[in-house]
Design a protein around this ligand. Structure first.
Ligand code: HEC
Length: 477
């Protein structure tokens, strides 16, 4: 029996060349590349999970605006393992982003990006941007209220980019408004364009890993000198190198299996985000928020003053991307150990803290309208009859309160209007309400004249109470 297997294997191997294909698995690597080195393989394992589950989802998903939502409901509720599959794809995406983050932090802290591995790092940075692009395009395919609104918000924000804003918004939406064309476009990018590019770049990234080898764990005081590094590395491998498979790869196998298990457990017990209502552009009753790995950027934009937001929206990612790309060019030799590069530790810590706190801000998202605002009480309105009182009620009924605060009640998307009567004249208040502007919708066409009058009367009455000690005594007038 054994000879039969052997004969079949030898024949197949001779005709197909399997052992040649598997040879890279045996490449020699530093023997002490241990647990810190598992994140790259883990990223790739997460990517494979995404490809497999993505293809399975595509079997049932129809990227048309009239059917996408229905097919997702079908996948979620009726298809065997459908909900589990959506969960795998959802948590797989998160796992992939987390693993890329860990992989980048590790190669950065170990100075692995230095000579001769500059291009290994650079292709990795590009892979990060493609991965985030996958996350962004994937969210719309969920095609429910939240997903659709997130993209509308993104397009609105992109529309504010100077010069190219309109073209950019037009490109994102595939037209003037969100619709079938948007969905087709996101689907094509999500399943053809980006995965195709990613396969190519993962291949290139792996080729470079083989070409330059895995960096040896850094030792303080042992500097990278482009003149001698290659020779030293080869000597090191000759002295103590081990074949990646099987001597070193078992750690990757264990960690990768644990990762898949964690994703599967989350998918099974918690499940994918529940589908929201189907998208309806006429209902602004959504909480458009991207998934967590893009939330921090969304928060950054929302917290920025509206005037510079347009510039920063493009400049911030461009700047971070450029900085990451040129890191190995600026800094390609010298110490690798992070104990001798304290700034490297600071950069990683600062990035984590910044992304973390922006993420928390994004969770609270004080800038999106507050749809739970309750009507103002007579006490807050400061009147129980007449136009100011009617205006105070309209302020809730016309949804002004969703975006504006009055004495701490309402939403925070727009400015606090508690004391707006001190700041704006009657005419200016009218102009603001009728014309809108900035993120304020124009209400000119949706308010009857007497409603506008009542609203203005209410806002005009919003003045800081005069405290007794501020009153000017009559005698001194
Ligand atoms: C979708 C959220 C939103 C809604 C709804 C909304 N506003 Fe606004 N409002 C804003 C924003 C944002 C601004 C700031 C605009 C800017 O200048 O950039 C603003 C500005 C204003 C201002 C000028 C404030 C200042 O300090 O200059 C007034 C007055 C105002 N809104 C009244 C109203 C009234 C009355 C309603 C209801 C009829 C209303 N808003 C509904 C978001 C909103």
């Amino acid at each position: 029996m054994k000879w039969l297997f052997k004969a079949v294997w030898l024949w197949l191997d001779d005709r197909v060349g399997i052992s040649v294909l598997l040879k890279p698995m045996k490449h020699i690597a530093p023997h002490d590349a241990k647990w810190w080195y598992v994140f790259g393989t883990a990223t790739m394992i997460a990517f494979i999970v995404q490809v497999a589950t993505g293809v399975a989802l595509a079997f049932s998903f129809i990227p048309s605006s009239s059917q996408a939502y229905e097919t997702l409901v079908f996948i979620t509720n009726d298809a065997p393992f459908g909900n589990f599959l959506r969960g795998l794809h959802y948590y797989g995406a998160s796992a992939m982003v987390l693993m890329i983050g860990a992989h980048m932090a590790q190669t950065f802290l170990f100075g692995s990006y230095k000579f001769p591995r500059e291009m290994t790092w650079a292709t990795g940075v590009l892979l990060l941007s493609f991965t985030l692009g996958m996350g962004f395009t994937g969210q719309l395919l969920r095609w429910d209220q939240t997903a659709a609104w997130s993209v509308v918000v993104a397009a609105e924000q992109a529309g504010r980019v100077p010069l190219i804003g309109n073209a950019l918004a037009h490109f994102i939406l595939g037209g003037e408004t969100i619709g079938g064309a948007t969905l087709s476009r996101f689907f094509a990018i999500h399943v053809f364009v980006l995965p195709g590019i990613m396969f190519a770049f993962i291949g290139l990234h792996l080729w470079l890993v083989l070409r330059h080898g895995i960096s040896e764990p850094p030792v303080a005081g042992k500097v990278v000198d482009p003149e001698t590094y290659r020779k030293e590395y080869e000597e090191l491998l000759e002295k103590s190198g081990r074949p990646f498979w099987p001597d070193l790869a078992w750690r990757d196998v264990i960690f990768g299996t644990a990762l898949i298990l964690a994703v599967a457990l989350l998918a099974f017990f918690i499940g994918p985000p529940a589908l929201d209502k189907p998208p309806d552009p006429s209902v602004l009753d959504a909480d458009p928020r991207p998934d967590w790995y893009l939330l921090w950027y969304f928060a950054l934009l929302a917290l920025m003053p509206a005037k510079i937001e347009g510039y920063l929206m493009i400049l911030v990612p461009l700047f971070i991307g450029m900085l990451l790309l040129i890191t190995p060019v600026l800094n390609h030799k010298g110490e690798r150990a992070s104990s001798r590069r304290p700034w490297a530790i600071a950069v990683v810590l600062l990035s984590v803290i910044m992304i973390g706190s922006l993420w928390i801000a994004g969770q609270r998202s004080p800038w999106s309208p507050n749809f739970q605002a309750l009507p103002l009480t007579e006490k807050v309105i400061g009147a129980s009859s007449g136009p100011p009182f009617a205006g105070g009620q309209l302020f809730h009924d016309k949804a002004c309160l969703n975006c504006h605060l009055i004495q701490g009640f309402g939403g925070r998307r727009g400015p606090d209007l508690t004391y707006i009567g001190d700041k704006l004249t009657r005419d200016n208040i009218v102009i603001r309400i009728v014309n809108g502007g900035g993120n304020m919708p124009a209400f000119g066409s949706s308010l009857k004249p007497q409603e506008l009058d009542a609203l203005v009367a209410f806002l005009e009455s919003r003045k800081r109470p005069i405290r007794p000690q501020d009153q000017v005594p009559p005698a001194q007038k």
